[in-house]
Design a protein around this ligand. Structure first.
Ligand code: PAP
Length: 325
């Protein structure tokens, strides 16, 4: 996730990125998020304007292979946790016995880049997103509707992480305050609630994002695994085992499950040197990915009127599908 300023570091992962993609950005609806960031609407969703071109390039030119794995989520729903866990399940586990842990080397967002944000990466990536010669483990915040057809039609897998809307909004509020309003007072929460409920925010509308992946996971459970942040908190062993089995890398024993959970715990990640400073994505300090990680933190911030507004516009509609409130 990055703001719309011009990136200073450009990766050259896809030569078509700057030249061939026809984007009629001027014709697309525009809005100003929190009076600070330009966003553009495409295919029914809102994106930081700088993310649009990479997103369109990805949709039109990415060729998925059957053994690729895609992690997906909208903002602040547990992406960093999902990336860390999936990294351990798919790549990092074999390192543990040699006392090596990729999580101590770089922030999880470096190891598993978010596809449409790579042009904001502050370091050259070790993964070429468009190179299909080895299985890829990648992440996207993009909604299901704009995923490339090859992802939808091949046998590659998708793990989606969802979170209840009120905690997501509070997490977003802290996150955007930390870098869009560094030397200012926090953006009024009342206005942030209105903005969230209107759906006019980065990767919004939240409701549509969640429901698209939910619907697909119900239609094709072998293709899309839908994981809830709250379930991860209440039954971490059960949920991480479910992810590992879905990815075809089941755990050998409980000790292995415990080790992965410990390595990916918020407390541990937050206190790793690599996450205590620096910035893997332009303008986004690594520290901003790690906060409280509590279920129900919204109760410390939202008035009952604000909570009601989120319930009415989003929560009750999710509840109708058996999801959150
Ligand atoms: P992103 O969308 O910018 O990638 P994302 O990782 O999805 O952010 O969300 C950050 C939230 O996940 C934070 O929640 P909070 O604001 O309510 O505290 C953060 O604390 C939480 N988080 C990050 N890492 C972990 C982890 N290892 N375990 C549990 N929660 C985590």
């Amino acid at each position: 996730m990055a703001n719309s300023s011009t990136p200073t570091t450009q990766t050259t992962l896809n030569p078509t990125l700057n030249n061939d993609v026809e984007i009629h950005q001027n014709d697309l609806p525009k809005a100003r998020f929190w009076e600070a960031m330009d966003i553009t609407q495409w295919e029914g969703f809102w994106f930081g304007s700088g993310l649009l071109k990479p997103a369109i390039t990805f949709k039109s030119s990415f060729q998925a292979q059957g053994d690729d794995v895609f992690l997906a989520s909208t903002m602040k729903t547990g992406t960093t946790w999902l990336k860390s866990l999936s990294l351990c399940i798919m790549k990092n586990r074999d390192n543990f016995k040699h006392e090596h842990d990729m999580l101590t080397v770089e922030n999880p967002h470096f190891h598993i880049p978010t596809i449409e944000s790579t042009l904001y990466s502050t370091k050259p990536l070790t993964i070429n997103i468009y190179d299909a010669s080895t299985p890829r483990l990648l992440h996207t915040h993009l909604p299901y509707t704009v995923l490339p057809d090859s992802i939808k039609n091949s046998s590659c897998k998708i793990v989606y992480m969802a979170r209840n809307p009120k905690d997501t909004l509070i997490s977003m509020w802290h996150f955007f305050n930390s870098f869009l309003r560094q030397d200012q007072e926090s953006f009024p929460l009342e206005k942030a609630v209105d903005c969230f409920c209107s759906g006019v925010h980065q990767y919004g509308p939240f409701l549509d994002h969640v429901l698209e992946y939910w619907t697909e996971s119900q239609k094709r459970p072998c293709k899309v695994l839908f994981v809830k942040y709250e379930d991860m908190k209440s039954d971490p062993k059960g949920e991480v085992s479910r992810i590992a089995e879905f990815l075809g890398r089941p755990f050998g024993d409980e000790r292995e499950v415990d080790e992965v959970l410990w390595r990916c715990s918020l407390e541990r990640l937050k206190n790793l040197e690599v996450n205590k400073s620096g910035s893997i994505l332009l303008n986004v300090p690594n520290t901003s990915y790690f906060r409280k990680g509590e279920v129900g933190d919204w109760k410390n911030y939202l008035t009952s009127d604000m909570a009601d507004r989120i319930d009415q516009t989003i929560g009750l509609k999710l509840e109708a599908f058996g999801l959150f409130l």
